[in-house]
Ligand binder design. Structure first.
Ligand code: ADQ
Length: 456
């Protein structure tokens, strides 16, 4: 059943290129191109004062941007979203920096964006809001009398009910989310956490299949694991040579690709790799770990130390193990073109995806899609990535247990061709069944089936 109205997508940043690249962005672009509609997000530019929506592109659908002021950028984006919600949802309550003024700016920005959206909404439009920047946006729209179908997708993990009290007001989360008709989460563990959180609310009634009532609101919660465009990655990987890697003949390549973020488990990974090197038998082939980790959110306090920590860990592992023709850890802080990344995935014998907490982790999926089926590499995957629920062919690790991770690296590098192929085929089947187009279609179909709400 398709909705009659337009699709309105809201995300933190709006792409500015005519034909955007990158998995999620491409999928939303395609969904909007097919249905017609509007994409709204922040421009990334800072304005002197809050202003109206600016139309930045029109064609099969329109794109509208709003600018944040400097105070909004600090309080909303750097502050509450990335210094409270991000660490809390990634089980790092120790890194939370709660400033009451920033919480207010977060709510104010959500209110302001709700006002901008309400100004362009038409009856029958369906709104799909993305991520933790906009948790209260649905509720803010309802306060303005919006009765349209509102869907929300959280890209990061849903906090366990025992972590939620770290929010200044434990009850805000169920109340914010009750503004939506459909809440999409990455994994079934997230759905359980969300339902458990409502289970603690006296006015909530938990039904079957993720349906629940909260006060006068009815909503549905479901797992919609985000996927990738499998053929796009595979084609790019086949077509692109990653360039001269300067590895001595016979050197194996292990790869890590992450935004530089404390949730990605990079120090534990370097530690495990150092332990793996330390336990090598004489004559065993050399392996280089190529870690690509461009910095992100450098203005947030909790991100300042990771870079130095990694550089110093890489320095000490290299100091201990390097040879004239071998650098065991190579650490690149640059963003790479997507096709070069795809070529690197294919070239790597092993990929280390070892986050301490992660909504899904698309690198894990991209790595598998990029492999040559005749000689596929091995994926080492943390139990704590949402992808672990789906990618049963990965070698699973606990990122905190660096000794076992070291052993997993060793076993992965020694795995037989038959075992690697069986694991690859099983994971490819899952990637194809739940690709990025499945994700957009499944979420939007489910949202279109939600009953319309009556708003007083
Ligand atoms: P992220 O935390 O950014 O996303 P991830 O899912 O791995 O994590 O996505 C990263 C994307 O950026 C991948 O497509 C990857 O190819 C790309 N990328 C990373 N490093 C790069 C580099 N150096 N050069 C070029 N491209 C690079 C959040 C959540 C995840 C969730 C996604 C999507 O934290 O858990 O999977 O959203 O929902």
């Amino acid at each position: 059943m398709a909705a009659e109205g337009r699709l309105i997508v809201v995300s933190n940043r709006i792409p500015t290129e005519a034909t955007p690249s990158g998995g999620l962005v491409v999928a939303l672009h395609q969904a909007l191109t097919g249905r017609g509609g509007v994409w709204i997000g922040s421009s990334g530019e800072l304005a002197e004062a809050p202003g109206p929506l600016r139309r930045i592109a029109s064609g099969a659908y329109e794109r509208f941007a709003f600018d944040l002021t400097e105070a909004e950028h600090e309080g909303f984006y750097l502050g509450y979203a990335n210094s409270v919600l991000w660490p809390l949802f990634h089980r790092r309550a120790d890194l939370i920096d709660v400033q009451e003024a920033e919480r207010q700016v977060y709510l104010d920005v959500n209110d302001r964006v709700a006002e901008l959206i309400a100004g362009i909404l038409e009856p029958g439009d369906m709104v799909w809001i993305h991520d933790y920047h906009f948790l209260p946006l649905g509720q803010a729209l309802r306060r303005r009398g919006v009765g349209n179908r509102l869907g929300f997708f959280l890209h990061i993990p849903f906090p366990a009910p025992s972590d939620a009290p770290a929010l200044p007001d434990r009850r805000v989360l169920p109340e914010w989310l009750a503004g939506y008709d459909l809440i999409g989460l990455q994994a079934s563990r997230d759905v359980r956490n969300c339902i458990d959180l409502y289970g603690k609310e006296p006015t909530a009634e938990i039904g079957s299949n993720g349906r629940l009532r909260f006060g006068d609101r009815r909503l549905e919660v479901g797992a919609f694991p985000i996927g990738i465009d499998v053929d796009a990655i595979r084609d790019a990987a086949e077509a692109t040579e990653p360039g001269a890697l300067m590895l001595a003949p016979g050197t194996r390549l292990a790869l890590g690709v992450d935004r530089l973020d404390y949730s990605k488990g990079l120090p534990q990974r370097f530690d495990a790799f150092g332990k793996y090197l330390g336990a090598r038998e004489p004559g065993e082939l050399r392996t280089t770990l190529l870690q690509i980790a461009p910095p992100s959110r450098e203005d947030v306090e909790a991100y300042k130390d990771i870079r130095h920590q990694l550089e110093s860990m890489a320095g000490s592992v290299n100091g201990e193990h390097a040879a004239l023709d071998w650098t065991p850890i190579r650490y690149i802080r640059r963003q790479l073109p997507r096709d070069v990344l795809a070529g690197l995935y294919r070239r790597a014998d092993l990929c280390l995806v070892t986050p301490l907490a992660d909504g899904m982790n698309l690198v894990a999926k991209e790595y598998v899609a990029a492999q040559d089926g005749a000689d596929p590499g091995v994926l080492i995957l943390s139990h704590f990535a949402g992808a672990a629920e789906q990618l049963d062919g990965a070698v699973m690790v606990n990122p905190y247990d660096t000794e076992r991770m070291a052993k997993a690296i060793r076993d992965g590098l020694a795995m037989s061709l038959g075992d690697r192929q069986a694991r690859y085929l099983s994971m490819m089947q899952t990637l194809r069944e739940t690709d990025i187009y499945w994700w957009t279609d499944t979420f939007l179909d489910r949202l279109a089936r939600r009953p319309l709400v009556r708003v007083a």
